[in-house]
Design a protein around this ligand. Structure first.
Ligand SMILES: [Zn+2]
Length: 263
């Protein structure tokens, strides 16, 4: 009897699976998967077509171990970029998946302004690979928060979505509220480096109760794009002042100066 009901259950589960499969098939036919950047047809729903894929500029070794900017030639183990020596950042290490090209900008805006959550998963996969040295069970991912008013307008913080997806891939903790953006800042677009730094100076504060719960774990700040690094630097300064020993930064894209994308 028990075996029979098991069989009946299996039969139903099988039928449901078939129906589910048919549903996916019908959906795929009605809404065939398209490239995240150009909307051409692709085989899987969370990827790029070969043409767009070819336009991504991954940032890979050899890199400055501090700023994560690519070196034109291998400078030898531990060699730090001139920029990191001249102007040491308040964070320990930064890594980014790709250079901020037109294609990266399209992907970021897909994530920010459209209802395509698979865009965040695609970017998160690339970030988890680029930032593998920063991730692990001793790391807590902290997305750069939006001010409450902006979050309300947009209903979505793309950095929080990225952090959530990376945490699942790399098995890290996430804390969305460790830092709070308590002062609304103007959009950074179009501001020069010094103006950007002034704009975000004092914009963040750390939640002291949540800091206690860190228990010595490292913080990895998560952002979609690094331009001058002013925003992540302001957030890192607040955390360091509050006593966090190690603060790293992981972004999807970053502005890499120089025509050949190297420093
Ligand atoms: Zn495409």
């Amino acid at each position: 009897m028990e075996r029979d009901s098991g069989l009946v259950k299996k039969g139903w589960e099988g039928a449901l699976a078939v129906i589910g499969g048919l549903g996916a098939l019908v959906l795929d036919t009605a809404f065939p998967p398209v490239c995240l950047a150009c909307s051409d047809a692709v085989a899987t729903p969370d990827g790029l077509c070969p043409v767009c894929w070819g336009q991504l500029v991954p940032i890979s070794a050899p890199l400055c171990p501090v700023l994560g900017l690519p070196f034109a030639t291998d400078m030898g183990e531990g060699a730090v970029s001139v920029q990191a020596i001249a102007n040491p950042p308040p964070f320990d290490r930064a890594r980014s998946a790709v250079a901020y090209t037109d294609l990266a900008r399209k992907l970021v805006s897909t994530m920010k302004y459209s209802d395509r959550p698979e865009g965040a998963l695609f970017c998160a996969r690339m970030m988890a690979a680029a930032g593998h040295e920063l991730l692990g069970p001793d790391a807590v991912l902290v997305p750069i928060p939006l001010h409450r008013a902006r979050q309300f307008e947009r209903r979505y913080n793309q950095s929080a979505e990225l952090a959530r997806a990376i945490a699942r891939l790399a098995k890290c903790g996430v804390d969305n509220d460790l830092i709070v953006r308590h002062r609304r800042t103007i959009q950074q677009v179009g501001l020069k480096a010094a103006q950007r730094a002034r704009n975000v100076e004092g914009a963040f504060r750390a939640d002291l109760k949540r800091l206690d719960r860190l228990d010595g774990r490292r913080v990895v700040l998560i952002d979609d794009v690094l331009t001058t690094g002013a925003t992540v630097s302001a957030a890192a300064k607040v955390l360091k002042r509050a006593g966090v020993a190690r603060v790293d930064v992981l972004s999807f894209a970053r502005v890499v100066f120089d025509a050949d994308m190297t420093v």
